[in-house]
Design a protein around this ligand. Structure first.
Ligand code: AHM
Ligand code: MG
Length: 341
């Protein structure tokens, strides 16, 4: 809300588009379709606690239809809404093994493709903690007029046109970034619209919170363990020890990091040499958002956005958040004397 006046996400994107006379409005319309899918998913998420009453995955409801798991439902919602969109030629989802090109002529002539993680952090559903939908939009590189193909989805993050997430938290918010800015919109349930609540988000250069699954410490490298010791060290004048916060839901942990500053890490460890999180569905979109807000994202040596994807579901270690904190973490992780241990 700005000076008592609600600005809906549609109004905002249209105003932004007007700044570019050559813009066709296709990207705005795609964002609107994703927001629509978000509202449908939100409706399902909000009644998740009633699953035992209304029926769980695999159970049969009164109409004789099988109940779907929430992440499956979210996936199908996005696939369906984007198929009906006039601006999406195909999708790739964390839930699907392969890309899904939309075969109709209209879609074949659309210039954008969308990747998404339909419901990230879904293990948090049972305990009523924040979960989210993460999405990325690229301009396709294959020939218009033909169905899109896998190479359209294997572009590095530095080619992203837009990326964002919808967080189903204490309120529902959609945050999206273009190269120009990052803006957050809170769902106003009484009118069913996302309204501008967090204009021009900038991540602080410094923060006081580190976020990591610290239970994995024994499997971390010596450099990583040294950085965790640094976070916990008492140095009042430097604002340490930092607080540790970890929901185990990337959208929740990164939303906090974006607003308050801090660092979020899912590094490599002995059993997972590439960490856990997916480059195309989780790390790239979050890196794009955080970098557009003035922060930083690295896999330990390379900017996440510069990593060339070679397969659809590849994993990558990630250090992301406030610039100074990420740089400090990388100093430790790459210290030759510690790396050698
Ligand atoms: P998911 O895609 O299966 O939901 O897993 C991704 C989630 C992230 O949201 C979160 O950051 C991470 O997994 C937590 O993993 P862990 O439980 O290993 O700490
Ligand atoms: Mg996920």
């Amino acid at each position: 809300m700005i000076q008592g006046k609600l600005i809906t996400m549609d109004e905002f994107t249209i105003q932004e588009t007007r700044k570019f006379p050559q813009a066709t409005g296709e990207l705005s319309s795609l964002l609107r379709d994703i927001a629509l899918a978000g509202k449908v998913i939100n409706k399902q998420v909000r009644k998740a606690g009633l699953a035992d009453i209304l029926g769980k995955h695999g159970a049969t409801n009164v109409q004789g239809e099988e109940q779907m798991k929430l992440d499956v439902l979210a996936n199908e919602t996005l696939i369906h809404v984007l198929k009906n969109s006039s601006d999406c030629s195909g999708i790739a989802s964390e839930e699907n093994d392969n890309v899904v090109p939309y075969e109709d002529t209209f879609s074949a002539n659309s210039k954008y493709i969308v990747l998404f993680d339909p419901l990230d952090g879904s293990s948090n559903i049972d305990v009523n903690a924040s979960i989210g939908t993460i999405f990325s939009i690229y301009r396709r590189v294959s020939e218009l007029g033909k169905p899109c193909c896998e190479k359209d989805f294997l572009q590095p993050g530095n080619r992203l046109m837009a990326a964002g997430y919808i967080i189903y938290g204490s309120s529902t918010m959609m945050v999206y970034a273009t190269r120009l800015s990052v803006n957050g919109f809170t769902l106003e349930p009484s009118i069913g619209e996302f309204c501008l609540s967090h204009p021009n988000i900038k991540i602080p250069d410094n923060g006081k919170i580190y976020s990591i699954n610290q239970g994995n410490t024994v499997k971390f490298s010596a450099g990583m363990r040294a950085y965790l010791d640094y976070c916990m060290e008492s140095k009042k004048e430097e604002g340490r020890p930092y607080s540790h916060r970890y929901i185990g839901s990337m959208v929740g942990d990164l939303h906090r990091t974006l607003i308050k500053g801090g660092i979020f890490m899912y590094p490599a460890d002995k059993s997972s040499p590439n960490g856990k999180l997916r480059l195309q569905y989780e790390c790239n979109p979050m890196a794009f958002i955080v970098e557009a807000a003035g922060g930083m994202a690295s896999d330990g040596t390379t900017d996440i956005l510069d990593v060339q994807p070679t397969e659809l579901h590849q994993r990558v270690p990630v250090f992301i958040g406030s610039k100074n904190m990420v740089n400090k973490a990388l100093e430790f992780v790459n210290m030759p004397e510690v790396v050698a241990n």
